[in-house]
Design a protein around this ligand. Structure first.
Ligand code: SF4
Ligand code: F3S
Length: 113
């Protein structure tokens, strides 16, 4: 099992999650973070840190497992992030929106830290 980052993170990217991870397994995209499922030790401490409840155990993934795959794929190519950066200034506009993957997801890497 692993924890995974899901749709609410997209364009919100608070980054409150990264500093509590004991194994530093968050990776930064332009508007989303991914967890490396092979590195995650399932401690669960990141889950309550996210203000928009974007982090869930992988058993709560969609039926097709798309979020686990997305986390696995992008955590391999994006830079590691361990220090909270500045969240997007317009994040409040996207906090309650759903279906953000199809509308906004960016494959571009973030800066990492
Ligand atoms: Fe890191 Fe623990 Fe969250 Fe996994 S569950 S990403 S090990 S803080
Ligand atoms: Fe994303 Fe929540 Fe972390 S919005 S960056 S999963 S604190």
């Amino acid at each position: 099992m692993s924890y995974i980052v899901m749709d609410p993170c997209i364009k919100c990217k608070f980054m409150d999650c990264v500093e509590v991870c004991p194994v530093d397994c968050f990776y930064e995209g332009e508007n989303f973070l991914a967890i490396n499922p092979d590195e995650c030790i399932d401690c669960g401490v990141c889950e309550p840190e996210c203000p928009v409840d974007a982090i869930k155990p992988d058993m709560e993934d969609d039926a097709d497992g798309k979020w686990l795959k997305l986390n696995a794929d992008y955590s391999k190519v994006w830079p590691n992030i361990t220090v909270k950066g500045t969240p997007p200034a317009d994040r409040a506009e996207f906090e309650t929106e759903t279906g953000k993957l199809e509308k906004y997801f960016s494959e571009k890497p973030g800066r990492g830290s």
